[in-house]
Design a protein around this ligand. Structure first.
Ligand SMILES: [Zn+2]
Length: 153
């Protein structure tokens, strides 16, 4: 039996991303506590995060709508191991379908009790209602939504 060799790798990256017009508008909206999506003029799919073009129709998506900060949690995964600069595990990342959206927005989800992992799916089953919690200080970036939490009202 052979062993798989490993090699230590160190990444320490700092880089700037050019947002472009579509994502800039989305981020500007977040700063103002607005979740903006755009709509394909051909198939009427609603994209959040927004896309410059519909990948199905190849149409420019230049009509904008504001979505509510609530939606359904369709899927989530739990990170049990952290990484440098990241949040302290365990934590959950969910795919949230905001009301009116055709796509999922990936974001942090809080409100899970991680002490008994076999209960996680029962705690937040697919379709659970969640709502965005805004960061107190917003700067026009995705973490202007601090996280999503269960909407148990
Ligand atoms: Zn389309």
């Amino acid at each position: 039996m052979t062993t798989t060799p490993t090699q230590a790798v160190h990444w320490d990256l700092h880089y700037d991303i050019h947002l472009g017009a579509t994502w800039s508008r989305f981020m500007d909206g977040l700063r103002d506590r607005k979740i903006l999506a755009n709509v394909c003029p051909s198939c009427d799919r609603v994209f959040v995060p927004p896309q410059a073009y519909c990948e199905s129709c190849f149409e420019r998506t230049d009509r904008w709508v504001e979505l509510p900060p609530e939606g359904s949690l369709e899927v989530f995964t739990v990170a049990w191991h952290g990484f440098r600069g990241g949040p302290t595990p365990p934590y959950a990342i969910g795919g949230i379908r905001l009301d009116g959206a055709s796509t999922l927005l990936m974001h942090w989800v809080i409100g899970l009790d991680f002490t008994e992992p076999t209960t996680l799916l029962a705690q937040l089953p697919a379709g659970s209602r969640v709502r965005a919690v805004w960061a107190p200080q917003r700067t026009g970036q995705i973490l202007d939504i601090a996280h999503f939490e269960p909407d148990r009202d």
